[in-house]
Ligand binder design. Structure first.
Ligand code: SF4
Length: 235
């Protein structure tokens, strides 16, 4: 009997799930278990809005300026928009971010009667994610950052590093057309590994698997990496 073709969708998914398990095991061995401190979800939402399309240093500078200027959310919401944009200017696209922050604060106050998202703790991960994505300008990546970094949920936000590494490591389709990044990775990374996968791929993407000139000769994932093993043909 001829060997059964192994490139069916189910086989591919099975192979990717197995590779994802080996990858996260290797990442944990190298980097340890990520230490995720819980924080205030609303602070994380605003911080993540500030972090969009800018560097960590610029985001931090804008956040510190905002905290110094307006120590509570009511003060931020009441601040004239041009003034708020001026305060957070280090983060870039300040006019858009100022509008977004004020709209988010208004919606949270309207929904919960306070500038407080702690009621999200009572919701399932999917429900909390859906609520966060209903906030103005909050997409799935931002919502998942809040779930992971402020609420301690096992969530996998797909940022630029995670997206690049997941393609190189062949954990998802390469054209990106069939499924969005988050759905594709949720299918292959099991519950319990998702937060660790995000934190460690982010670090690995910054330190080793850079967009240009990845340091494959120093990479402990090389034996698991189709991109490396095929000479860069799979990305
Ligand atoms: S082997 Fe190279 S391409 Fe693959 S994960 Fe490591 S650095 Fe990235």
């Amino acid at each position: 009997m001829p060997p059964k073709a192994s490139n069916t969708t189910a086989d591919l998914l099975k192979a990717r799930r197995a590779r994802a398990r080996r990858i996260v095991r290797a990442l944990r061995k190298a980097y340890g278990e990520p230490k995720l401190e819980r924080g205030d979800p609303l602070e994380q939402v605003v911080y993540t809005v500030l972090s969009q399309q800018t560097t960590s240093e610029s985001c931090r500078a804008a956040w510190e300026a905002l905290c110094a200027e307006a120590p509570d959310w009511d003060r931020v919401r009441r601040m004239p928009e041009p003034r708020l944009a001026k305060v957070i200017r280090p983060a870039g696209i300040a006019n858009i971010k100022a509008r977004r922050i004020k709209d988010i604060l208004a919606q949270v106050k309207a929904d919960f009667g306070a500038y407080d998202l702690s009621e999200l703790e009572d919701l399932s991960e999917t429900e909390a994610e859906e609520y966060l994505m209903s906030l103005p300008g909050v997409g799935q990546k931002t919502a998942r950052c809040v779930l992971l970094f402020a609420m301690g949920r096992d969530s996998l936000p797909v940022d630029t590093h995670v997206a690049r590494l997941s393609r190189r490591l062949d954990l998802r389709d390469h054209d990106g057309a069939a499924k969005d990044d988050h759905t594709a990775l949720d299918e292959v990374v099991r519950v319990g590994d998702r937060g660790a996968m995000h934190v460690h791929l982010f670090r690995h993407g910054r330190e080793v698997c850079r967009a240009r000139k990845p340091l494959c000769d120093q990479c402990f994932l090389a034996s698991l990496c189709p991109w490396h093993l095929t000479g860069g043909k799979v990305e």
